[in-house]
Design a protein around this ligand. Structure first.
Ligand code: HEM
Length: 75
């Protein structure tokens, strides 16, 4: 997710695997947990990246939300 764009086949394969493990009949990661997860990720980046800006946060949010949408489509 961090190293490759969403269009990359490796990202798509990994997301397909994560979607399978996180879905209802497996780990059952409830859809509402993803927003909390994304907030925590942004908080962490804010705390530890000295080059943090609100623009960077928006990029993280946008990129991860697209991945979350792909995972949740399989839930
Ligand atoms: C974009 C969102 C997420 C990504 C890319 C992601 C990715 C991963 C990956 C790569 C693994 C290890 C391999 C696997 O089991 O599939 C994993 C495991 C796991 N994830 Fe996520 N995850 C995401 C969101 C979440 C959320 C929101 C939760 C719950 C709050 C969660 C809970 C877990 C759990 C419980 C495991 C298993 C850990 C273990 O086996 O020790 N994940 N996740």
């Amino acid at each position: 997710m961090i190293r490759f764009p969403l269009e990359d086949k490796r990202t798509q394969n990994t997301l397909a695997m994560v979607a399978k493990t996180h879905k209802e009949d497996n780990l059952n990661i409830k859809p509402e947990l993803y927003n909390l997860w994304l907030d925590s990720l942004c908080e962490t980046v804010k705390k530890h990246d000295p080059e943090f800006t609100s623009g960077l946060e928006a990029l993280w949010t946008e990129h991860m939300q697209e991945a979350i949408n792909i995972i949740l489509a399989e839930y």
